[in-house]
Design a protein around this ligand. Sequence first.
Ligand code: TPP
Length: 700
Amino acid sequence: MTNVELDQLSINTIRTLSIDAVQEANSGHPGTAMALAPLVYTIWNRVLRFDPQDPIWPNRDRFVLSNGHASMLLWSLLHLTGTRAVNADYERLEEPSVTLEDIRRFRQLGSKAPGHPEYHWVSGVETTTGPLGQGIATSVGMAIAEKWLATRYNKPAFNIFDYNIYSICGDGCLMEGVSSEAASLAGHLALDNLCWIYDHNHITIEGSTQITFTEDVAARFLSYRWNVLRLGDANNIDQIDCALQEFHKTKDRPTLIILDSHIGYGSPHRHDTAAAHGEPLGPDEVRSTKRAYGWPEDVQFRVPEGVREHFSAGIGIRGASACREWTTLFANYRAKYPELATEIDQMQRRELPVNWDCNLPVFPEDPEGLAGREVSGKVLNILARNIPWLLGGSADLGSSNKTLLTYQGAEDFQAATPGGKNLHFGIREHAMGAIVNGLSLSKLRPYGATFFIFSDYARPAIRLSALMELPAIFIFTHDAMGDGEDGPTHQPVEHLASLRAIPGLTLLRPGDANEVVEAYRVIMQLRHRPAILVLSRQALPTLNRRKYASASGVARGAYVLADALGGKPDIILIATGSEISLAVQAHEKLVSEGICSRVVSMPSWDIFEHQTQEYRDSVLPPMVKARVAIEQASTFGWERYVGNSGRVIGMQTFGASAPLKELQKEFGFEPERVVLVAKEILGKAYSRGNIKKRSFSAPC
Ligand SMILES: Cc1ncc(C[n+]2csc(CCOP(=O)(O)OP(=O)(O)O)c2C)c(N)n1
């Protein structure tokens, strides 16, 4: 068979595997996979520097399928290239990443061919996609990472990092706003290692894009300062190859290749029908489509002889030799630059350098105290010096979020200074979230920041970082009513509850300067979960840690900060963040009146939930039913800690515009109110006979 014939056979294998898998699963989108098979074939077998034997080789090209509904493309490629699986300890295994059996069980429980590409579930998937727009936005983070890595680690004659990022997207991805945010930043940063290929098929689920999407995409991307190429025939692999070579030659700007295609290519009836999206073709059409491809009509999941070998001869040999050369290069690099090589090793395994936490401050008691964001800024500057690959920035609020790295040598990341660690995302929170994910997928340790209220704008990406188990860091300041005069548009209320609801995410709301330091200590050691740090705008008193418990309790999510004598409380005040000092004041008052109270500082529900039952019971003894939770946020969810007999002092409205002091009074965040509520529920608890009645003035 000639190479041309083998190319076509391989493309049709990808197509028919997709058709059969969707048919067998009775769900999925076959049309896009059929149309884009020549494109992905060309990228993978002719261009991509990817070694199927070592899918986590650090200098591999990245491939992102942003239109994740066409996941069968990826499963076919990973299978046909014989890509190997990698385990959670980054060991390359003998077994394949995706077997033919997985493809037969497309979209079934346990299959390595799930509905959409899932990082962390299938080796060879570079990022989880499916929510349209996320993949391409994430690819911008990958491109920034490559530029940064190349600048820091490449040395004369040692191009340790010089990879490219290819991402395929459809109308859906480009309609989503996040694509505009991300593309605008990519153009500004002149990321010439980034290539998006736009499947321009004029169709989405509801039908023709004539009803929704008639903008001039080429003009839009030209205005972003991208190079824009156009290809008229999605089946001409030489033309596709040529366009990809053009991308390689393009310097100082990213490339968008607009590819005119027809959904469901090869299917006699499904051209330009929305049904080609979410439905299998049906047995008759499967047969006629296979006939059109010159395929046996009644054979399923067929991989003809010569196809696997053709991939081995293409991407297999090219990838293996590139990986081998790199391994030798890196060995020589290690001999010459052992410290830099160690950094790369540590980064790949998501480890921290020794002494990563040296010079972390301890703050003395201070009734005036410091703002959470202020302390965060100090800690971040220390950590970023200790951990070379810790970098990030804010969505235009760096000076408010205190995320700017200000030490000597901490530059801005710009096109001309790609080694900088201060990223400027601009007012693009959604893209920031996705870019942070892209940086993390590239094994850097990134943070992104904004006001807590605007975490909503980044939420889809935050959710994905949790799903992907990435140790991304989100720093959200102005966490409650601290920016009083800005009013309800700027006062987060439901955000804590809603982010706490995301599985696999660690959220911390520290209550004083030392808790902020300890929160960072916890966050930095996370290897497989994202963290959200929620910080105050205003100064919070720094507690006397000789009188109260050590802030190291933060590591357990919640701890007894102040206690009744003998550790036998009648009432427990549970608080987080700025309400810690309020709880302590109320506690002192209660104690002075002879009421045995305990203050539990609970910066992280999630971490607390992971402690042993014994520890949790020691902090919140089940016998003690009189409990008050205090948090300047929605009360939603606190029932789990205060139970039926407890009360929550929180927010039921969106707040208001006024100076903080007035808001605290208006919404009841004052020690007197906490004391009152405590006494009220103690009264109730007495009357229910839960605890022994004791005079309020008796010593406890
Ligand atoms: C954020 C988001 N909204 C909606 C969907 C549901 N969805 C899946 S595919 C699709 C149509 C995508 O159209 P297009 O990108 O043009 O893909 P093509 O028609 O080329 O397959 C939609 C709306 C989604 N996956 N993500």
